[in-house]
Design a binder for this molecule. Sequence first.
Ligand code: SF4
Length: 302
Amino acid sequence: MIRLNIVFGEFARGCRQCQLGIKSVLFITGVCPLNCFYCPVSRDRFGRDVMFINDRPINKFPGDIIDELDRAGSNGLAITGGDPIMVVDRVVELVRLLKDIYGQGFHIHMYTHALNINEEAIKKMAGSGIDEVRIHAINPAQLNGKLSLLRVLKDAGIELGLEVPALPRFEGEIIKVAEVLITNGLISFVNLDELDVSPANINNLISMGYRPGPDGSVIGSLDAGIKIASEIRRRWSWINVNVCTSRYKDLAQIGARLFRINMRIGGGNEVVLDDGTVESKSEGGVVIKLRIGGKEYDVESG
Ligand code: SF4
């Protein structure tokens, strides 16, 4: 049996939008001063101040972002990196602009590592209008001195959650992080991402004793996620917990977004298939295309 997603309680609002393919994903910078051993960000992007939206390079800020949101028909935006807080002024400018253009209902969430937050950046984010911030920390020491800063975000009406990779052997530490955040009344949800193996992290993961599985994720990561999720729900039943599998990200999130984009831009001779690929009929036969980030790939022809 293939497990796609395991939800204890409800999805966070940002996740519901991903599931429907109505949220675009903005990689707002590759800059991050940390060096997490499991960091999956490609070495072409990591440490470089480059931007991509739905994997399309951004040359003009913010024009290219708005063009892509319109092309994709998105109702929300997930801001990732690197660590977006490293370019907090850019985040704030963009959030204000998008709320002006698309209205307050346009949902925006971002990720940041607890170690990267500081008072100045938090004050800027608190006044930005952003809807949701997902905090990354894999042991409670990473939260030292940060709780009062997170409280500023919470008091500003921003929904906070914990989002971390489901790291085998770190289950106990991650539960302690959740405990600190929950007992301080800071978060309403926890997302546990099955840990993907990428060219950027494979050597580190192997040297730490992890093994890549046939589906491109770390063996044992899904079980670690379920274990953490079960314990959090057992102790704090009001917290929503979601274990997001690699397969779910590929099939549901990316597939749903591709499906939606291709439905919007497809030509009269094209049929969009369930997984978001496009079947194109021409005199030469039928060509199946995969359209990602503005590029087209023939995946099958007949
Ligand atoms: S915080 Fe994120 S981007 Fe930065 S090193 Fe860790 S995993 Fe990579």
